[in-house]
Design a protein around this ligand. Structure first.
Ligand code: GUN
Ligand code: FE
Length: 445
């Protein structure tokens, strides 16, 4: 059964402007993908039939019009936008959200983050916390995420099952760590590999919404043997990779000491096959420039910009405008709990404000605009998960229905309504959420 939704449709095909369809229509096929999007029903049908590829699809074209096979859902005066994507978030740090914000990165990790993550050896604790985490991602309209778990295989499995049960997309990483950390948060290379293989065996469908992602925590946490094993796993099972890059000056100096042969932090990952050999996302890149920037560009590495985290653990302002100008792929991460806010809408606002601070210091490059931030959160970040983040035909239908009546929208344009929702709205205005075409109800606590 095909579904056609009628609503005010807003999305960003290109980063410099919104597509806005007042009382527009979007057709979603039974495979969960967008079939067509148009200003009125007649053009939607014409658009879909224009896209016919095989001569055998005459019958199916007639079926496009078949009222028995198409349900039209009128969403009235609501906004319909692509769902959010979070490219960097630590699920086991959820309980630490909003605390321990008076320290810089490395002491923050040792004193608050590692002790909390050690608790995830206990699968009951893990399940209780992870349920809240998945529920809240859902609340804020994040339908796809790149998630760090902990070293613990069974807790990581619980998190992956919770995402699968919810119907939400997630790349979940069991974290590789074996140096510069407490005993209880360290694992042998052999255990790490075995743990991954058991998760891979359970979550192996290539087009599955929930899949493992190879996750060396960062160079300071991993011996060369651990990094090497991570690179091998990524290559052998063709799995994506996530980690942290150039977040803090003390961290960068430590990486230079630990990997003296490397020419930059990014090169240290590259030497182990962890920098774009398979799809790779690196969080932060606050101090990325020169050779590292070229390497990211050449290898198509995705940058997860985490503005709230960069503010809280006082790392710095990442040169996002420069990254966009140079054609790098960039999306957003909430980086809970370095970041304090799970809402990607709020992350957009922080990113724009932070970019304005950067601009005030240096007028050489313009600050980020709303359409750019929206595009980063949807189409750009979504590309890490496949054809995700836009409403163009062929894209998976990941969407949010926004009812902004409470925000006094009288006399505002549709774009102003969206802007107001992003700046001053919250989960109360998100009425429905869709992932790959399916409406996603609240995950059980
Ligand atoms: N670098 C290594 N681990 C972490 C972490 O948990 N959070 C942040 N922000 N940076 C890291
Ligand atoms: Fe992080």
């Amino acid at each position: 059964m095909k579904k056609v939704y009628k609503a005010h449709i807003l999305y960003t095909k290109e980063r410099n402007r919104f597509e806005v369809l007042e009382n527009g229509y979007i057709a979603v096929d039974s495979d969960g993908c967008v079939k067509g999007v148009a200003a009125d029903l007649a053009s939607l049908v014409a658009d879909a039939s224009k896209r016919r590829t095989s001569p055998a699809s005459d019958a199916s074209e007639r079926r496009e019009l078949d009222p028995d096979d198409t349900e039209i859902i009128d969403l009235g005066d609501r906004l319909l936008i692509p769902a959010m994507n979070d490219l960097h978030v630590h699920a086991p740090q959820y309980r630490n959200q909003g605390i321990a914000m008076d320290l810089e990165l490395l002491p923050w990790l040792q004193n608050y983050t590692f002790p909390e993550e050690m608790k995830y050896a206990d699968t009951e604790y893990a399940e209780r916390m992870y349920r809240r985490f998945v529920r809240d991602l859902w609340r804020f309209g994040t339908m796809r995420s790149c998630v760090f778990a902990t070293i613990h295989t069974e807790s990581t499995r619980i998190l992956m099952r919770l995402f699968r049960e919810a119907g939400m997309g997630a790349l979940v990483g069991k974290v590789g760590m074996n140096r510069n950390c407490p005993e209880g948060l360290s694992e042998s290379v052999k255990q790490m590999v075995q743990g991954y293989e058991s998760l891979i065996a359970e979550f192996k469908e290539q087009d599955g919404l929930v899949r493992p992602i190879i996750t060396p925590r960062f160079i300071p946490s991993c011996t060369p043997e651990m990094l090497h094993a991570c690179g091998e796993l990524a290559a052998r099972y063709q799995l994506p990779v996530q980690s942290h890059l150039s977040e803090n000056k003390d961290e960068i100096a430590q990486v230079q000491r630990l990997e003296p042969e490397s020419t930059c932090y990014g090169d240290a990952y590259d030497r182990y096959g962890l920098f774009g050999q398979t799809p790779t996302v690196m969080a932060h890149c606050v101090f990325t420039e020169g050779e590292e920037l070229e390497l990211i560009k050449r290898h198509g590495v995705m940058v997860a910009h985490c503005p709230t985290s960069n503010l809280n653990v006082t790392t710095g302002i990442a040169p996002i405008r420069q990254f966009l100008d140079e054609g790098l792929r960039v999306g957003f991460g909430s980086d809970i709990s370095g970041g304090h806010d799970l809402s990607i809408f709020q992350i957009m606002v922080y990113a724009i404000q932070m970019s304005k601070l950067h601009y005030q210091r240096n007028h050489a490059r313009a600050f980020l605009t709303l359409s750019e931030a929206f595009w980063m959160a949807t189409k750009s970040a979504g590309s890490f998960f496949g054809q995700v983040g836009s409403f163009e035909p062929g894209y998976e239908f990941d969407a949010l229905v926004i009812d902004d009546r409470d925000l006094n929208h009288d006399n505002y344009s549709l774009l102003e309504r969206l802007e107001r929702f992003i700046y001053i709205g919250d989960d109360r205005q998100i009425e429905k959420r869709f992932c790959r075409g399916k409406e996603i109800g609240a995950p059980k606590l």
